[in-house]
Design a protein around this ligand. Sequence first.
Ligand code: FES
Length: 103
Amino acid sequence: MSTTTINTQKVNFKVFRFNADEDYLPYYEDYSMDVTSEEVVLDILNRIKWDHDGSFSYRRSCRHGICGTCAIKVNGRATLACKESMTEMIKIFGNELTIEPLK
Ligand code: FES
C-alpha cells in the first residue's frame, strides 16, 4: 500500500476582473489561499467563485485538457486551467501568481 503526501502552500493570487456594465477599467483582485499539491489551476478558479466572489466568471467544459475552453494566462504563460497543476505553477513562478484571460 502506498501513501501520498499532500503538501499545502500559501499562494497570493492577483486575478483580472472586469465587468463592462460597472467598471470603467479592468482591475486586479487579490486573494490569498492555501493551495494543495493535488489542485490544478481550475480548482483555484472554482474556489474563488465558490468561496470568495460568485460574480467571478471563467470558462471550462471537458475538464480533461481536450477542448481548450479553460485556456487562461498564469504569469503571462498560456495554460489550460484544468490540466496545469498548481505545484508546477509554484515551481516555475513562486507563490505570487497573476491570473488573466487570454488576449
Ligand atoms: S475544460 Fe476542456 S481543456 Fe480545460
